[in-house]
Design a protein around this ligand. Sequence first.
Ligand SMILES: [Mn+2]
Length: 276
Amino acid sequence: MIFYFADAARQKARVVIVGMPLDRTSSYISGTRFGPNAARIGADNIESFSPYQHRDIAEIPVHDSGNLEFSYEKPDAPVKLIAKTTRAHYRAGKKQLAIGGEHTIAPAIISELSHSIPNLCVIQFDAHSDLRDDYLGEKWCHATAMRRVLEYIPRQRLFQIGIRSFSRPEEMNITNIFPFELLSPTKQVMHEIGSRPAYITLDLDVLDPGTLPDVQTPQPGGCSYQELVRALIQLSELNIVGCDIAEFCPCGCHPSPGSSLVAELIRELALLLDKK
Ligand SMILES: [Mn+2]
């Protein structure tokens, strides 16, 4: 199963989509392992033309390479496979759009990119700060994702937008945090990053649960779909080196209404990646 608009040959593609259905440490609603394929089904209900970016994704070479197959026998095996996959795409000159799966995919990708890309900046859209050092005995899990990222890039280069759930000890580790709002913080972050390379990690629970209930850890008080898309497009002038979209948990019904929402966001992100 692939996205219908992502059937270019790998050699020709500038953007490569890869499903990373990691679902090992989900602590509330399990099921992010179904996220990538549910989004592919949901794509059948969307146009390839983006009314937001006025471009047609079917006219640019995008390759969908399917899903990674994870072994859970060793806890660090998924992280190693994600890093290896990311390295291969980067060395081949491809921009990777990863679809989770739990948010743990983000530090696995960013840690790898940080080795090759100097001054890498990270923009996180999320309800949660994900800054715990460990959670339920796990160092690499959805609740520690950005804490692991901070082991590879300095705090000044992590920009956290839409955050509305964090515990007091975590607050002490936060510098660039922008709670609740998306549009004006995104504009500010864009100016602060300037010409430096940027990676976007999009945890779908930044959206209000009324808009997208199908996430692993829904949080009230999130943004609207329009606000999220507008915030993403504001970043189009940046040098975006890759992105991921994580935590889609399509377990309510099949096909989930959220599947088409997520598929549209994947279309918008692929178009953003193709701009540079
Ligand atoms: Mn989150």
